[in-house]
Write a protein that binds this ligand. Sequence first.
Ligand code: CO
Length: 489
Amino acid sequence: MTNEFSIGFETLSKEIAIDQLPISGTIPDWLEGTLVRNGPAEFQIGKRPFNTWLDGMAMLHKFAFKDGVVSYANKYIESNTYKKNHKHNTIEVGEFATDPCRTLFQRVYAFFNPQFTDNTSVNIGNIADKYIAMTETSIPIEFDIDTLKTLGHLDYSGEVSGKITTAHPHYDFDRGETYNYTTHMVGIRSHYKIFRIPDGSSERILLSSLPVWEPSYMHSFAMTENYIILAEFPLVVYSLVLLGGITLLDKPFITNYSWKPESGTRFQVVRKSDGKLMATRKCEAFFAFHHINAFEVTEDDGEVKIVLDLAAFDSSSVINELYLDELRQADPNPITPGQFRRYTLSLEHETVEKRVITHQNIELPRINYRHYNARPYNYAYGISVTEGEGWFNQLAKIEIADEKDFVWSEPHCYPGEPVFIPRPDATAEDDGLILSVVLNAQDKTSFLLILDAQTFKEVGRATVPLSIPFGFHGQYLPLIKPEDTSTSA
Ligand code: CO
């Protein structure tokens, strides 16, 4: 098996800005806006390497489209963590799976002054009309959309506390509100605090506070028209261990969590209108990073069910596959594929039905979010891996009703998260484009691939003269015109 993809885990030190990338094929005229992507790009500080793909220092990448021309720029996010690491030329702040080397004195100091990383490498968002980069601590960083320059922390107001959150907030287009949750760990009883943020505001308004003995590691959550659903996978932490126990000082964040399959997975369904816990349902143990979509269905007899789709794994051991030592091996192990699974929860009965939608695997899933999030839908897009390969080597489109799939792949090419852009005035769910940053491991360059989302065939590509490390998530931001300062999430 090849490990040619491992250049996607090499540090990119160049920050560049190019007004016009070489193009093959065509760039549709109506594509006018900016794709901003986020991800790790520096995997070692001084002599200290980070442990996993998830730990590297955040870099923003911007592809702007206008009149058929594509420009590119990239820039590191100058977080406090980034500045501190570079000042001392070593890793100074703990990440998801990497801790600084500390002397005994520093450990004692850190015990009383815990530091939370502001290395916002996971996603892009929009809060209070500001563009922010996010990670899983509640410290988003605002950046300038034109220059990609770091502007500083965005400070939330409001009563919601809790340092651990997700970089996958949901946006409710009807209510004009963003939803997310934090895990608040104080004492022996922790709470999930589900909150909402009204448009134009940075105030986190508490919707519901759910007590929990052993909080789960949840990278994302689900939202339907009327409900927020937390899928608590049995990868859990005893909160004293994480907050105050001596293990915190010796272990990186995620290694404080234990896989307890005997607990199963628990779904908690909270009503958006008043924060009331409507249902708690249990099923077998599984793990996921990403929810795909969720929606409500009403049966003929009036029973309401919640349909919830995820990119699921049988256990959390997939996290161990993301260690850089593993990924850079000369003969890498196959990466575990994510399974497109559907769980259907009854709000009246204790039932949870499970179904595998397709044999095609999926990760970094995306949908036509603007028009189909929280609603019945038929198409999902993601990265996918052919059997036995060490890294994701194709893009997949899943047609749910017919259980059909389409793939795009090319030799030596490793695509990133596919972002769906609806065509203006489109009526079909999949009428639009797919944008994905693809690493060509043979040429050691990356290109922005544009696919027709309906046919899943290439429309065009714009090549970048460097290899862009594998990133996580990005968002397409339509151009903000001076007369129109409204923004979309
Ligand atoms: Co994610």
